[in-house]
Design a protein around this ligand. Structure first.
Ligand code: IMP
Length: 210
């Protein structure tokens, strides 16, 4: 399987900071008393922690973990519950906090199982949305950024569990250095019976930018 790495910035730290603060204010205005936030692990951990830091007053929190079967950047649409919520949702104003809505299958599944637990209200906040990829019509009340159909990493989002730590959102996952058409240079003093041995030498501008 080809490994890939992020190669260009889609959303900067400053843009994320500004938008997340705006979303927090919008959410607080909708829930002036209390809101029970349920963040979806692992992708939403950074978004959720920045979001609640911008919210004064009362907020309660819980976490759920789901796995949607994925092969690299493509997903099968099958969703499995790995961790359920710890407390009752009876009569609570619940806000799901998710990293990204892509096909919408994960959120549809999540909303169904949470609705069955009788919250007073149930709404959803997503940092990112890829509307062109939608397979089901899912309701998302708060959206941070609408993006094109491209795979993104950073700010909690991963590629094979890597890059969640990056502070900006990156896109355009480039093929690995050894698979790119790197200039081939003869190894010094490395002549074999088959002829000169060549090696791919990545130029300096291919080094990761973070
Ligand atoms: P959906 O069920 O297709 O809407 O997919 C939702 C889940 O897929 C998200 O919670 C992410 O974990 C993952 N996902 C979808 N697109 C991306 C992406 O561009 N980067 C990283 N993860 C993604």
């Amino acid at each position: 399987m080809v490994d890939r790495r992020p190669s260009s910035i889609l959303i900067s730290e400053a843009q994320l900071r500004t938008r997340v603060a705006e979303m927090a204010a919008q959410i607080r205005a909708e829930y002036p008393d209390n809101v029970h936030i349920i963040a979806v692990l692992k992708g939403a951990f950074m978004f959720m922690s920045d979001l609640v830091r911008h919210m004064d007053g009362s907020v309660s929190m819980d976490f759920m973990a789901l796995s949607s079967y994925a092969k690299g950047t493509t997903r099968s649409g099958e969703v499995r519950l790995l961790k359920a919520v710890d407390t009752t949702l009876d009569g609570k104003d619940v806000l799901i906090v998710e990293d990204i809505v892509d096909t919408g299958l994960t959120l549809t599944y999540l909303q169904e199982i949470l609705r069955a637990r009788n919250p007073r209200t149930l709404r959803t906040a997503c940092l990112l949305s890829k509307p062109s990829r939608r397979k089901v019509d899912v309701q998302v009340e708060f959206i941070g950024f609408t993006i094109e159909d491209q795979f993104v990493v950073g700010y909690g989002l991963d590629y094979r569990d890597r890059y969640r730590n990056l502070l900006r959102l990156w896109c355009r996952l480039a093929p690995p250095l050894q698979r790119t058409r790197a200039p081939r240079r003869a190894c010094t003093g490395c002549r074999t019976a088959q002829g000169t041995h060549f090696t791919n030498v990545p130029p300096r501008w291919w080094l990761p930018l973070w």
